[in-house]
Design a binder for this molecule. Structure first.
Ligand SMILES: [Zn+2]
Length: 188
């Protein structure tokens, strides 16, 4: 291998191992405590960092669109569940035909209801709820029977959350990174 080929090979390794970036605007429309929300963002960020994705958070009130804004999602933090939503639901992602999804909600009343029944903090569960809805924005409406994208978390899942043990699986990780590499809105 000549010197030029070696440089290209090294660059290719560096590029393939670099973290993808996901930009999320958080709209705390119902004034959920900022300290809990900040911890939830940290927890959600950690779940994505485990799969090689850096999440850049900004708020509706301090929103600076960046050059990579085509990868940007908007997440509303609501204090109360939408009346039309089924009981106990922690969040909702809004899908519409013909356009990639951008908006999702997380419902803090149901997060707190769930937390009160188990020995886990609201920021931990809220972080997973945020990661789950961002997962829908990237992966579509499908659920899996385990992990971050499970439809309903059990008491055992909540205990695992306490140890940061729920994750995206290998296929989800590959799909999320592929979506972010091509640009979410530019993908088919
Ligand atoms: Zn879901």
């Amino acid at each position: 291998m000549n010197a030029k080929a070696l440089v290209c090979a090294l660059l290719s390794v560096l590029i393939s191992s670099a973290a993808e970036r996901l930009e999320v605007v958080i709209c705390n429309t119902d004034h959920v405590p900022e300290s809990v929300l900040a911890s939830a963002e940290l927890n959600a960020g950690e779940i994505f960092r485990d799969i090689g994705v850096d999440v850049l958070w900004s708020s509706c009130t301090r929103w600076n669109a960046s050059p990579s804004a085509e990868r940007l999602f908007i997440l509303r933090i609501r204090s109360h569940t939408k009346p039309a939503s089924r009981s106990g639901v922690l969040g909702m992602t809004y899908f519409s035909s013909g356009a990639p999804p951008v908006y999702a909600d997380v419902y803090f009343d149901n997060v707190e209801n769930l937390v009160s029944a188990y020995d886990v903090g609201p920021a931990q569960v809220a972080g997973y709820a945020i990661a789950h809805e961002l997962g829908h924005l990237l992966l579509g409406p499908t659920h899996t029977g385990y992990g971050v994208m499970k439809a309903v978390w059990s008491g055992r899942d909540l205990r695992i959350m306490g140890h940061h043990g729920l994750t995206f699986d290998k296929a989800q990780r590959a799909s999320i990174r592929r979506q972010l590499q091509v640009g979410v809105r530019g993908s088919p």
